[in-house]
Design a protein around this ligand. Structure first.
Ligand code: ZN
Ligand code: FE
Length: 260
């Protein structure tokens, strides 16, 4: 099994999951890089997985379906280019010899789903779209902070060696914000240096490891005393709000929205 991050637009990755001569693509916002990779590697596309309805995730679906006949799976509660097979939390697909679990992870959009391969060789794999990023999380466009926090909690409960395949290369800018929140976090400082080196070499910073994210990602650490304290200071939270996980998380997300 091989995972390939195909760059698209300015900072998207279209994930190609390859097994022998077959492939599955996740969130093909553009068909061209996928068709190119299929022909370069002599692959047959058997399925398209979609996490949410945004154009940079579904823009290539129709062209790819027409060109390859691949079956499309997508969130039951969102409007994506049909026909597609709707999926929701609790569903399990069988693709390329792997079980694929579906999780509901609302927040970025209201029907956003994620796909987990619990038995993937070496370690589990997570395709999480725009919910969790390395060092950050998606903007809350349609859901609520409470939903996004619950979604991130469900991802944080996966095995720590899970490989996180996010849909954007936002890592360095996320880490600049993370360091503003936790300037003394040694794991974070080391991870920033590591990711800077990868980017200087033109390499993706992804997949990230969940175990690393738990050490460095402020949005997975919103209950940590250091993060809570930094948010309370920045946002001037009242004492009651400082003890409210959702209020702290919401203020952290707003801080990031305004961060330059
Ligand atoms: Zn999106
Ligand atoms: Fe996106």
């Amino acid at each position: 099994m091989k995972l390939i991050a195909l760059p698209a637009f300015s900072d998207n990755y279209l994930w190609l999951w390859q097994q022998n001569q077959q492939a599955v693509v996740v969130d093909p916002g553009d068909a061209a890089p996928v068709l190119q990779a299929l022909s370069d590697h002599g692959l047959t596309l058997v399925a398209i997985l979609v996490t949410h309805h945004h154009a940079d995730h579904v823009g290539g679906v129709q062209t790819l379906r027409a060109a390859t006949g691949a079956e499309v799976w997508g969130p039951a509660r969102e409007d994506i280019p049909g026909p597609f097979t709707p999926v929701m939390a609790g569903d399990t697909l069988q693709l390329l010899g792997q079980r694929v679990h579906v999780l509901d992870v609302p927040g970025h959009t209201s029907g956003h789903v994620a796909y987990v391969l619990p038995d993937a060789p070496d370690s589990p794999v997570l395709f999480c779209g725009d919910t969790l990023f390395s060092g950050g999380c998606g903007r809350i466009f349609e859901g609520t902070p409470a939903q996004m926090l619950a979604s991130l909690d469900s991802l944080a409960a996966l095995p720590t060696d899970t490989r996180i395949c996010c849909a954007h290369e936002y890592t360095l800018s996320n880490l600049r914000f993370a360091l503003a929140v936790e300037p003394r976090n040694k794991d974070l400082q080391a991870y920033m240096a590591h990711c800077q080196q990868l980017r200087e070499q033109g390499q993706p910073t992804l997949p990230a490891r969940l175990g690393t994210e738990l050490q460095i990602n402020p949005f997975l650490r919103a209950r940590h005393p250091d993060v809570r304290h930094a948010v309370a200071q920045h946002a001037g939270l009242a004492a009651a709000a400082q003890d409210n996980d959702v209020a702290v998380f919401a203020a952290l997300r707003e801080w990031k929205n305004d961060f330059k």
